[in-house]
Design a protein around this ligand. Structure first.
Ligand SMILES: [Zn+2]
Length: 656
């Protein structure tokens, strides 16, 4: 069967976008608003600059709208942001180039407002549209900012369809004369998802759909939809990108290239008139450049914008270096004028049938990069920054991560790392090799090996007989032999042998049992010798310390890679002061000699004496002193319950 979507080839075309009485010749562009304003322009200037239309992301102003006259039904979008009725407005749930936010459900999407991440329900969106009365509206859509997985994709389609249906019903119910035009969102997904979507769309009353909004490059649509204008929300940065987008069938593109150039002090300098220039031409002129200092000619000799008719390059540069806002206003007027002329020449070229050859000529004539930016614009607000590739902070924060090596010298971080001031340093070096072997173990990455090693460790921990250990080792190696007939068998056998040796070494280091230490210096050494160490500071008469010991004894056998020790708080005055331990039992967790977690009393364990061992295990897993949870009892529900327990530690025992 012939794919109906491939039958009509996409190409540059001219048409008209009819929006609430305004007729916009296409191809054309819309400018994204910034917090509900046209960047750099007063409403009067915007009116004279013939901006075809603006794109308004609701999330940018949702919080501000709550207290505006619109919320009280006394105004509409056009009045609130003082935009002339001749400028067409498209309302979208999310801003152009939205910030990362991935979650959505069948009834809402996450948006990023000035007050943080919020849920925008279909109901709220539809009711706001009724109040705002934009000329056209992109219906609510699930459009994750990162590439969606295979499970998310069909959901995106069905949500978009359902929300459009809801919107249509609501509009038809009200039968308002000034109901906005509907723009249907088309996600950036392969045709396998889009073909069934278009089939479903045919069942809808699609006569109400005035345009499609493509989140990626436009794709060919079934013939009956071919006359519907295609709006592209894929970013275009240069005139070259614009020409490519038009060739791919875009009728209207939303672009911030004008504003970005103005911000950077760059005056656009390209046209589609195909002059016969021998040298490569620039697409923009950096107006900050010193070369304009005494140049009394306009930015472009043949430009008829208000800026070029009245002012010289020298004056624009003077304004820029004085950081006078008029500079950016004049540049914005010029840049919009250039883009308007460019689009009008393109439309003429398409109508003459010479678009392709003119495009070829343009590509030869112009470089496709802007001149280097020499200064920042007049303002730089959070949402204007490129969040995907942000620059490193110029002011380093005064605090550091606990496991940051450079932080180890700082005693305030609570780290027990032995520093050059302490005599323990030498021992730390000699035992480093031992510590390394603990870090290189890889059994946890291989479940088969991991389970056999755990079985071996369980047996080893209960016996002191060396011979029976090696018998068991043989037994387990045989078991693996039967179990594994893959090409990796010999590697696994070798790995298993190494792991068994590691188990033996751990045993020699007094792992596998809750080991009581009498001297606090020994405790400090242990945090260097073993990668993961859990230390229980106890009081011999406290009931809760005994309860905790019972749990730790079980865990010491199960998590043989981690060292479990207990020390009486009274014999560790230095550590008790250093870690400000006032309540017992206290549990300190060390990984690579750095304190990674501190459990004081039972407050984090549900403040009950009857907590499950799993509660501590989960906590250990989070801090990293155990690498993976062993056993099957870890259902998601249990874990999340444990994670959310929090209460005061009123029942714990103070020992001072
Ligand atoms: Zn100009």
């Amino acid at each position: 069967m012939v794919n109906p979507m491939i039958q009509n080839q996409l190409k540059a075309r001219t048409s008209r976008f009819l929006s609430k009485g305004a007729i916009i010749p296409t191809p054309n562009f819309f400018i994204p608003l910034s917090k509900g304003t046209i960047p750099h322009l007063t409403p009067e200037n915007a009116e004279h600059s013939s901006i075809p239309g603006v794109f308004f992301g609701l999330e940018e102003c949702l919080d501000e709208l709550a207290n505006s006259a619109i919320a009280k039904g006394k105004s509409r979008l056009e009045d609130w942001i003082a935009i002339s009725a001749s400028v067409s407005t498209i309302l979208s749930p999310r801003r152009f180039r939205p910030l990362k936010s991935v979650s959505a459900s069948d009834s809402d999407i996450s948006i990023v407002t000035s007050g943080g991440v919020k849920k925008l329900t279909s109901e709220l969106y539809n009711s706001l549209v009724t109040k705002l009365q934009p000329d056209a509206v992109i219906t609510l859509n699930d459009n994750p900012t990162s590439k969606p997985g295979v499970k998310r994709r069909p959901k995106m389609i069905s949500r978009n369809l359902n929300w459009a249906k809801e919107f249509l019903h609501k509009q038809l119910e009200q039968e308002r004369a000034n109901a906005p035009d509907i723009i249907f969102p088309i996600p950036d997904l392969p045709n396998t998802y889009l073909i069934p979507m278009f089939d479903k769309l045919k069942e809808l009353d699609f006569g109400h759909i005035k345009a499609f909004a493509f989140f990626g490059q436009p794709v060919a649509v079934p013939t009956e939809f071919d006359s519907i204008p295609r709006i592209s929300l894929a970013p275009v940065e240069t005139p070259h990108d614009i020409l490519d987008a038009l060739e791919n069938g875009t009728d209207i593109f939303v672009t911030d290239l004008v504003t970005k150039c103005t911000d950077a002090g760059i005056a656009l300098a390209f046209n589609f008139k195909n002059s016969e220039s021998e040298v490569k031409l620039q697409i923009g002129i950096n107006m900050f450049d010193i070369s304009h200092e005494t140049n009394m000619s306009p930015i472009l000799d043949d430009c008829t914008c208000i800026c070029c008719r009245r002012y010289s390059r020298a004056y624009i540069r003077h304004l820029l270096s004085a950081h006078e806002l008029v500079a950016w206003e004049l540049l914005q007027l010029h840049n919009i004028h250039v883009l308007n002329s460019f689009m009008s020449d393109i439309r003429a070229s398409i109508n003459k049938g010479s678009f392709s050859s003119n495009k070829e000529r343009f590509l030869i004539q112009y470089v496709n990069t802007y001149p280097e930016q020499q200064a920042l614009g007049p303002r730089r607000r959070g949402y204007q920054l490129d969040m995907t590739d942000s620059l490193p902070l110029s002011n380093r924060p005064p605090w550091k991560k606990l496991d940051d090596d450079s932080a180890s010298a700082n005693t305030k971080t609570g780290s027990i790392v032995v520093t050059s001031q302490t005599p323990l340093k030498l021992e730390a070096d000699t035992t480093k090799a031992a510590a390394d072997t603990f870090q290189t173990r890889s059994a946890n990455e291989d479940q088969v090996v991991g389970e056999l090693v755990d079985a071996f460790a369980a047996k080893v921990s209960t016996t002191n007989d060396k011979d029976s250990d090696s018998e068991l080792e043989e037994e387990l190696l045989e078991a693996l032999d039967e179990l594994d007939d893959t090409a990796y068998r010999s590697e696994r056998m070798q790995q298993l042998k190494e792991e068994f040796e590691l188990v033996q070494r751990c045993k020699l280091q007094n792992h596998m049992n809750l080991f009581t230490v009498e001297n606090e210096k020994d405790v400090m050494e242990m945090t260097v010798k073993s990668e993961c160490v859990v230390i229980h500071f106890f009081h011999p008469d406290f009931k809760r310390c005994k309860i905790l010991d019972n749990h730790l004894e079980k865990l010491a056998k199960k998590y043989w890679e981690t060292k479990f020790v207990r020390i009486e708080a009274a014999s560790a005055p230095f550590l008790v002061t250093k870690f400000s331990l006032k309540v017992l039992p206290a549990l300190l967790c060390f990984k690579d000699s750095v304190l990674v977690d501190k459990l004081i009393g039972f407050s984090d364990l549900g403040n009950t004496d009857n907590f499950d061992t799993a509660a501590i295990e989960f906590r250990f897993k989070k801090s990293g002193v155990i690498k993976r949870l062993k056993g099957n009892e870890y259902s998601y529900n249990n874990l999340s319950k444990i994670e959310h327990i929090s209460s005061s530690d009123e029942d714990s025992d103070f020992f001072e």
